[in-house]
Design a protein. Sequence first.
Length: 291
Amino acid sequence: MNLRPDGIREHAGIYLRGLAMGACDIVPGVSGGTIALITGIYERLVGAIGSIDPASVKHLARGDFASLQKDLEKIDIPFLVVLFAGIGTAFLLMSRVVLSLLDNYTVATYSFFLGLIIASAVAIFLEIRSHNVTTVAFLVVGTGAGYLLGGLGNFDAGHSLPVLFLTGMAALCAMILPGISGAYITLVLNQYEFMLAALRAISLPEILAYIAGGVAGLLLFTKALKYLLATYHGAMLALLTGLMLGSARMLWEKGAAAGDMFTGGWMFFLVGLAAVGAVEYMKRRHQAVSA
């Protein structure tokens, strides 16, 4: 790792970007990937993750350390270590903040989350280049499936390590999709507050099970998700939009159980809309400058 002044400045900048990504990733509705794009490290991040070869596990198991070393040399390890240190720091700090908000300002917090999700769904739908019967059909199917999925907020699957592993698998896979927040998937699967508490207490078994599931999901499904997005771009984005809109039911129900979402939450709902709007504006401006 480069410890010269210019190297220290570079790593400090990466760490701060990690803090920003982690702060957004822990809030349902804003994708840390979008923050990576705005701050100019998205391509480097994708390249670093894409250079991770699942075959390295075989090389390690067989004791083929020469091949393992070659695999590791292809990965931008210093960048990933510093970036994830920033993300981890933000997770530990923000977990306390979000839990406090959920406990003391439940209606306002869920209203804010609802604004984030609705605005994010609209932003995803606007990425569709052409609208036709197929995209409308996938939007309807996604909305219906999301509505049913949103009902899982009342379903208690427990918080066992296998459940957390599967949650991590779904959540971290979602993070590579455009505009999807892994925290939101965790929330829909009824594990969000539990994982926040685990982070606050630094409960390693639960945290490691969640991370292990995420790593397994990325290794197993990244190529398939990228293929679907490249081949069926409009249909996939319409499906994602529908899933987010339908599953927003759960946010409304959780907030309404604590109070009046209309009178107590409309201002925070608008703040959530505005927050995603500001992030999308910065993203599009960055893309226009880079084009």
